[in-house]
Design a protein around this ligand. Structure first.
Ligand SMILES: [Zn+2]
Length: 391
């Protein structure tokens, strides 16, 4: 059968060749994809829900090596071979070279998704402890780099500015895992005045998807040697440069747990990086998830990460959002999965308990709104938490 190469790859011989190779391989050797692609000249796009519905078949007996922290209560389970992981690590080493080499680092991330590492620390520790840790590791180990999520960097930055910490020793600040927003940059640049900031776009399914261009930081170069990345409109046609579309990715090298035209649920804009130094195609914008901060009644900033993860993990929750309307007033919005009986699952009480547990007190007003759909913000990004309190 003739395979139709997606339009994005038609004029790109490397992409066309590798796309055809992985599709032909899984058609021959992978039981699920043999069925999924049986009649299709054109390879269908697979969204996350469909992938999860067939996750066991797609894993095809291989062990789970990582899981996503997706926006639904469910997680995508992934297998990556050691060879596939080493390709991702090579890209990490390439990125370190782009930035000027490795520096001693303190990494503050979600422990369940980051793996083991001597420089890795649990993002859920209180802000004061995080700041003390950063200082101590600088004094004892010369750690002049810091890596964390943008939402955490923002509340660290706000606390640093309020309490007058000196973070001028931080030379490099890495932000990944979420979108990095302009309103966050305002605080982060002031709090870490000497830091060069880097960002990447990555996921558990694929590792690095794109890396910030070291010459033109507003562009991200795609890992096109490993991944076929399409940016598609609502008719599944390629978006021209400058137009926002869905991110659909094919992994050329994961033959055991294949991802073929997988709609990852993010949006991005393609653009030609003007650096002229890196031959990889580029994105001019990535629109992923936005995690923010909430404010404790004491006035302290709280990283919303922990309460968001607790609500995400409740059964039947598809999407969720925590809005702090005033210092003592919280709304938890929940979009349930189809056919879910929220009363039977006692979702309301469990969500409120998760919030109280996170705050360690019961705010004066808190409620749960079950909604049909939680819309994206004006900029097309999905905000998991919104704080409307002005300090
Ligand atoms: Zn560039």
């Amino acid at each position: 059968m003739n395979l139709k190469i997606p339009a994005t790859f038609e004029q790109r011989p490397y992409a066309a060749k590798h796309f055809a190779a992985i599709v032909s391989h899984v058609r021959d050797y992978h039981p699920f994809y043999r069925r999924w692609l049986a009649d299709a000249g054109e390879v269908p796009i697979m969204d996350r829900q469909t992938f999860m519905a067939h996750n066991d078949e797609i894993l095809n007996g291989h062990e789970v090596t990582c899981t996503t922290s997706g926006s639904s209560g469910h997680k995508v389970r992934v297998h990556q071979s050691a060879e596939r992981v080493s390709l991702h690590q090579k890209d990490g080493a390439m990125f370190a070279r782009w930035l000027g080499g490795y520096l001693p680092v303190t990494i503050l991330v979600n422990p369940s998704s980051s793996g083991e590492g001597q420089s890795n620390f649990d993002i859920r520790m209180p802000l004061d402890e995080q700041l003390q840790l950063i200082q101590r590791r600088y004094r004892e180990l010369g750690a002049v780099a810091l890596t964390t999520y943008p939402g955490n960097a923002e509340i660290l930055a706000r606390t640093i500015l309020e309490q007058g910490w000196d973070m001028s020793h931080i030379q490099r600040l890495g932000l990944y895992g979420e979108s990095y927003e302009e309103h966050q940059a305002v605080y982060i640049r002031q709090a870490f005045p000497a830091a060069k900031i880097w960002t990447t776009y990555s996921s558990m399914e694929f590792g690095y998807i794109s890396l910030m261009c070291p010459h033109q930081p507003s562009f991200q170069h795609l890992m096109a040697h490993r991944l076929g990345v399409e940016i598609l409109d609502e008719n599944d046609q390629p978006c021209p440069d400058g137009v926002r579309g869905r991110v659909v990715i094919t992994d050329y090298f994961n033959r055991r747990c294949p991802f073929i035209r997988y709609d990852i649920g993010d949006f991005a804009v393609r653009g030609d990086c003007p650096c002229g130094k890196i031959a990889l195609p580029a994105l001019s914008q990535v629109q992923g998830r936005v995690m923010g901060s909430l404010i404790h009644r004491s006035g302290e900033y709280l990283n919303a990460f922990r309460v968001l993860m607790a609500i995400r993990d409740l059964p039947g929750v598809r999407r969720y959002q925590v809005v702090q309307e005033a210092l003592e007033s919280f709304v938890i919005k929940i979009e349930c999965e189809d056919g879910v009986d929220a009363d039977a699952l006692n979702l309301k009480a469990r969500a409120l308990l998760a919030l109280q547990d996170f705050l360690a007190y019961a705010p004066d007003e808190m409620r749960v709104d079950f909604v049909e759909e939680i819309p994206c913000g004006e900029n097309g990004k999905y905000q998991y938490s919104i704080c409307q309190v002005k300090k």
